[in-house]
Design a protein around this ligand. Structure first.
Ligand SMILES: CC(C)(COP(=O)(O)OP(=O)(O)OC[C@H]1O[C@@H](n2cnc3c(N)ncnc32)[C@H](O)[C@@H]1OP(=O)(O)O)[C@@H](O)C(=O)NCCC(=O)NCCS
Length: 144
């Protein structure tokens, strides 16, 4: 089941994020944005009462940017990333969004494959985008 993220999900979301990313948002930042940033959309996938994945995106006019999408490592390869991205794309279409943008490390083949499966195209390369680990990023776009 995909539902809106609640403040009470912050611990588990932070945990998933912390394992998945080298530069996770702090829990404080996550809660602050969840409470007060009306441009952001936060959704989680819950299975039998357990949050196993989530996404955070920003919506400004007819553009969406995917900030984060992550699935608990114990639940990957089960179609959850696909369900979350499908939810994001469908709700964007319902809101007349024209473009969905994201940045992804050029080394993150799992995510690149997932995005390409949804029709995202590589539009550019951002050198040293992830400075801490010295990785480049692709800038990817899906037009709706
Ligand atoms: C990227 C991520 C969200 C995918 O979630 P998932 O639930 O495992 O994905 P799904 O099971 O829905 O798989 C969908 C597609 O993703 C791709 N994919 C997923 N894992 C992959 C892997 N280890 N290697 C290559 N491709 C992979 C495949 O194209 C797959 O489609 P297929 O099953 O038809 O081959 C997950 O690996 C993750 O949380 N990674 C860490 C966080 C992250 O890097 N997020 C993206 C930041 S931009």
């Amino acid at each position: 089941m995909i539902r809106k993220m609640q403040i009470s999900d912050a611990d588990v979301v932070y945990d998933i994020e912390n394992k998945a990313f080298f530069e996770p948002w702090s829990k404080k930042h996550l809660i602050k944005e969840l409470e007060s940033n009306s441009f952001l959309r936060h959704f989680v996938e819950e299975i039998e009462g357990k949050v196993v994945g989530f996404y955070i995106s920003s919506h400004v006019l007819d553009e969406v940017e995917i900030f984060t999408i992550a699935v608990d490592s114990a639940y990957q390869h089960m179609g959850i990333g696909t369900r979350l991205l499908d939810h994001l794309v469908k709700s964007s279409k319902n809101e007349n969004v024209r473009q969905i943008w994201l940045e992804v490390s050029t080394k993150n083949l799992a995510a690149i494959n997932l995005y390409e499966k949804f029709g995202f195209r590589i539009m550019g390369l951002r050198k040293n985008y992830y400075q801490k680990i010295g990785e480049d990023a692709y800038n990817m776009l899906k037009e709706l």
